[in-house]
Design a protein around this ligand. Structure first.
Ligand SMILES: [Zn+2]
Length: 161
């Protein structure tokens, strides 16, 4: 008989289809996991409405649990409080950096704001002398940046609050 922490471990093997280095746990979308009658309930907070990755994530979760012999699980959406990029784990932020994606910075803090976008450290050389090239990168949740020091182009995971 599995328990909820075992299921949580399984979910560590389910990654964000847009950012494969991040598991759904790193992303912070998984809330409570519990048994309701004979069904496992996986509480999930979508990153933002209309994110094309969410449906993929949900079917990947159920598929992974099926693989592990759990056929009685369902996803329950938790919409409040809404997900923010603050929920991305510390571990997740490290993984993003190693993958070459700048993790979200607090864009509300005026000190981080440049005229052409928030101040974001280059994931390669850590310089803050960077510029936003485009508000949209490879996916809608990222902006495209370039480092002025090492000239590295990189994606920035936009802050969402
Ligand atoms: Zn750089």
């Amino acid at each position: 008989m599995v328990d909820s922490s075992q299921i949580r471990n399984y979910l560590n093997e389910v990654s964000d289809p847009e950012i494969p280095v991040l598991s759904v746990l790193d992303l912070g979308v998984i809330q409570q996991i519990y048994l309701d009658s004979d069904q496992w309930v996986i509480e999930l907070t979508p990153t933002y409405s209309g994110c094309p990755a969410m449906q993929q994530i949900e079917s990947d979760i159920l598929l992974k649990l099926n693989e592990k012999g759990i056929n009685n699980a369902r996803i329950k959406h938790i919409l409040s409080p809404a997900w923010t990029t603050d929920w991305i784990s510390k571990e997740g932020r490290k993984k993003l950096l190693l993958y070459g994606i700048a993790p979200p910075v607090d864009e509300v803090d005026k000190k981080t704001l440049f005229a052409d976008g928030p101040r974001v450290s280059c994931p390669k050389c850590t310089s803050e002398n960077t510029r936003m090239v485009s508000l949209f990168g490879s996916t809608a949740c990222k902006a495209h940046y370039q480092c002025r020091e090492c000239l590295e182009p990189f994606d920035y995971f936009k802050c969402l609050k």
